[in-house]
Write a protein of this length. Structure first.
Length: 272
């Protein structure tokens, strides 16, 4: 069973919601990434979303854009990100890992080669922001052929037919973008998020995760009331940016912050 499926199955049995945490591979420098991945798990992250640095990250706000720039200054490539996942798997064979990025680096490597390398490295899912389902073709076939789940985004503006098409193509879970904008933006409307999550659930039995704009334990707890997974990125990456010159303190800070999110989410689940 794919680790993402197993993770959600275990959480459902336990009556808990998933915490998905994001960092950019190679930020603040490549040698620190695997340590930070372990620090996220130590804090209570259920799934790690690992960003593949890209020069034109269209869905990402300024915090994650700067993270990509720092990683690219260290020449972090897709093949390097896969090496990081392999290293992470030496100590952690259980936590699901999703690669989040853009299609150009995959195009350069080739669909079949990428899918095979990613699966062998221990990747469980791939979110390619600029690859809509109807354009996936051989790419999605290559992912599914190696057991990798294609993760897709649903936007606040997605209409019912579009949601159905995305859900039909998705694996693992469906990622709902909680607001109109880029990662790290604010102004969450919880009522509209809840309504959209229910609309998505009408089209799929997959879990629904919510991300973009979740910055603190209180917001995470509120989202846990609505969705199956809470996805936190910019709030973590901003800490990497602020403390990147002190890896020891950074790792401790990430573990503590994620632990505060975990406690809030679990409290919301218990109260439900």
């Amino acid at each position: 069973m794919n680790r993402i499926d197993a993770c959600f199955s275990d959480l459902r049995t336990a009556g808990r919601k998933a915490l998905v945490t994001f960092i950019t591979a190679g930020d603040p420098e490549p040698g620190v990434t695997v340590r930070l991945m372990h620090s996220l798990v130590a804090g209570g992250a259920d799934i790690i979303e690992l960003g593949v640095p890209f020069s034109d990250p269209m869905a990402d706000g300024p915090v994650i854009q700067r993270a990509s720039e720092r990683a690219l200054e260290h020449h972090t490539r897709l093949i390097d990100v896969l090496k990081m996942v392999r290293e992470f798997r030496r100590e952690d064979a259980q936590t699901p890992v999703i690669l989040m990025g853009y299609l150009n680096p995959v195009e350069i490597m080739g669909y079949a080669a990428f899918a095979a390398e990613a699966s062998e490295a221990g990747v469980d899912g791939v979110l390619s922001v600029d690859c809509p389902p109807e354009e996936g073709g051989g790419y999605l076939d290559a992912l599914r052929g190696t057991g990798l789940h294609p993760i897709f985004l649903v936007a606040p503006t997605s209409h019912s037919d579009r949601i159905r098409r995305i859900c039909d193509a998705a694996g693992g879970f469906v990622y709902y973008v909680s607001l109109k904008g880029v990662t790290g933006a604010g102004h969450l409307d919880l009522a509209s998020v809840g309504a959209k999550v229910e609309e998505i659930r009408a089209h799929t039995t997959l879990p629904v995760g919510v991300g973009f704009g979740i910055k603190d334990p209180d917001t995470a707890a509120r989202m846990a009331d609505l969705a199956d997974a809470v996805i936190v990125g910019s709030a973590i990456v901003s800490r990497v940016e602020a403390m990147g010159d002190n890896p020891d303190a950074l790792a401790e800070e990430l573990t503590g912050f994620v632990s505060s999110l975990r406690t809030a989410i679990d409290g919301a689940s218990a109260a439900a």
